[in-house]
Design a protein around this ligand. Structure first.
Ligand SMILES: [Zn+2]
Length: 188
């Protein structure tokens, strides 16, 4: 009997660890947009959220000049924030044009693209492996939207979390959002 209880406790512990790992991973990925922001506003927003690494996922990144990759890297480095660019994880204009105003289709096309186009697949895997505990990552692009239905920052974030979920052995299409986190902190 004791052994059965012990075994059950062990299973529960493994399950809780798995959920905690997914929650922590989810908390590692912030998003931010550039349109309408001045450099110091961007820095302030990143610092407030304790961001360590900015992940630039713009396909096209020329304007404004102070946010082009070279200037942005200099600005971030000065503020002790790492800059990495994954251009192939941008949303190609061809796909955006194909989807028009249909946001659901746009998301589907984008997620298919990062699952099938080799360069995007490689960069996705590289980014996924880069996301580790103790650092906060922030996906950035231009779109001044906070609506997850409208921008590939959120679709990429979802794809990363889904990859983690699958790696941890979860089934279905379950995405753990960060709002749930306080429950797990109590368990610690
Ligand atoms: Zn965007």
């Amino acid at each position: 009997m004791k052994q059965i209880i012990w075994g059950y406790k062990k299973l529960k512990e493994i399950e809780m660890n798995r959920i905690k790992k997914l929650a922590r991973f989810t908390q590692k990925i912030e998003t931010e947009f550039l349109i309408g922001k001045k450099p110091m506003e961007l820095i302030q927003s990143l610092k407030e959220r304790l961001v360590n690494v900015v992940v630039d996922i713009r396909f096209w990144s020329v304007f404004p000049l102070y946010f082009n990759p070279i200037s942005l890297r200099i600005l971030l480095t000065k503020n002790n924030i790492e800059y990495v660019r994954f251009q192939a994880l941008g949303n190609p204009s061809m796909l955006r044009n194909q989807a028009g105003n249909n946001h659901e289709l746009a998301k589907e096309l984008y997620q298919n693209y990062i699952n099938s186009y080799q360069k995007a697949k490689d960069q996705f895997l590289e980014l996924y492996k880069k996301i580790r505990f103790k650092k906060i990552y922030c996906l950035i692009c231009y779109c001044d939207t906070l609506d997850p239905r409208n921008c590939h920052r959120f679709w990429l974030r979802e794809a990363l979390i889904n990859a983690k979920r699958i790696n941890l052995g979860f089934e279905g299409n379950f995405v753990l959002e960060r709002d749930i986190q306080p429950i797990f902190q109590e368990v610690n």
